[in-house]
Design a protein around this ligand. Structure first.
Ligand SMILES: *[C@@H]1O[C@H](CO)[C@@H](O)[C@H](O)[C@H]1NC(C)=O
Ligand SMILES: *[C@@H]1O[C@H](CO)[C@@H](O)[C@H](O)[C@H]1NC(C)=O
Length: 115
């Protein structure tokens, strides 16, 4: 392998490490509906892992079953994408990393913007 190629490889590797090691700024909000944060707006950073979290909260009622109520955003390490039902709440979690405020761009509140 040529020296040049090796250098290029090394450079690429370094870049990868740099990008991976960069902290991501995530959005924080405890009550987010539609396009607006009504409560607890702020931001947080995650150093590694897919730690920008978005959680869609569904509330159970007898007439409609689980219906979407609001979205929460924060930082969580580890962040796990999953669904969970706890009493009359259903929570869908989404995780992302690497783009500023990327947790603003996932989950239910984004899907709603297309309607
Ligand atoms: C993050 O929040 C701090 C206050 O907690 C604020 O001063 C800062 O401007 C915010 N950063 C961004 C990019 O919104
Ligand atoms: C449902 O959303 C409203 C805001 O639209 C919020 O005040 C209320 O606490 C939420 N209900 C639950 C059970 O989280």
């Amino acid at each position: 392998m040529g020296k040049f190629l090796l250098m290029l490889l090394l450079l690429g590797f370094l870049l990868l490490v740099l990008v991976q090691g960069q902290a991501t700024l995530c959005m924080v909000c405890s009550i987010f509906v539609g396009n607006t944060c009504y409560e607890g707006q702020g931001n947080c950073t995650v150093e590694q892992g897919r730690g920008c979290r978005t959680r869609d909260i569904y509330v159970f009622n007898v007439r409609d079953g689980f219906s979407y109520n609001h979205t929460q955003m924060d930082c969580a390490t580890p962040c796990r994408a999953w669904k969970l039902i706890k009493g009359d709440l259903k929570v869908s979690s989404f995780c992302c990393q690497g783009r500023k405020f990327c947790n603003r761009l996932q989950g239910r509140s984004v899907a709603k913007m297309h309607y």
